[in-house]
Write a protein that binds this ligand. Structure first.
Ligand code: 5GP
Ligand code: ZN
Length: 121
C-alpha cells in the first residue's frame, strides 16, 4: 500500500529501530514509546486488521518469541495490546514493565538506539 507508513518501514523508505526481521514479519520500536522497549510487531504483508491476516497462529508465534525474549532480558513483565487507532496496517504492541506513559513524547534517538541494541533479536 503506497500511502501506508508501516509498508514504507517494511521497504526501508522510512527508517526504524529494528528489533527482529524474517521473511514475513518485522518488529521495530514505537517512536512514541509508552514504556521501555515499546515494540510493534507487524506482518510485512499489508492487511488492515490483525484478524485479516491469514496466518494468525504463525504471527502470534513470532510475537510470543519476541515477548519471551524481552521478559528474559528485562526480568520484568511484558504486556501487549492490539489497537489500530492510528495506523491501518495490522500491528501488535509489546510493552515492558507495569508503568505506561499515557502521554508519550517522541523517543530520544540515542535512547531508542541503545534500547534496540539491548533487545534486538
Ligand atoms: P495504534 O494504531 O495501535 O493506535 O498505534 C500506532 C502506533 O504506531 C503508535 O503507538 C505510534 O506511536 C506508532 N507510530 C506511528 N508512526 C510511526 C512511525 O513512523 N514509526 C514508528 N516506529 N512508530 C510509529
Ligand atoms: Zn501497510
Amino acid at each position: 500500500m503506497s500511502d501506508c507508513i508501516f509498508c514504507k518501514i517494511v521497504t526501508g523508505e522510512i527508517p526504524c529501530y529494528k528489533i527482529y526481521e524474517d521473511e514475513k514479519y518485522l518488529a521495530f520500536l514505537d517512536i512514541y514509546p509508552w514504556t521501555e522497549g515499546h515494540t510493534l510487531v507487524i506482518p510485512k504483508q499489508h492487511v488492515e486488521w490483525v484478524w485479516d491476516y491469514p496466518e494468525l497462529g504463525e504471527y502470534f508465534e513470532v510475537v510470543g518469541k519476541i515477548a519471551r525474549h524481552y521478559r528474559e532480558i528485562s526480568k520484568d513483565i511484558v504486556r501487549s495490546n492490539i489497537d489500530g487507532w492510528q495506523v491501518q496496517h495490522a500491528h501488535i504492541h509489546l510493552k515492558i514493565g507495569k508503568l505506561s506513559d499515557l502521554n508519550p513524547k517522541q523517543g530520544d534517538p540515542d535512547i531508542l538506539k541503545s534500547t534496540m541494541e539491548k533487545y534486538r533479536l
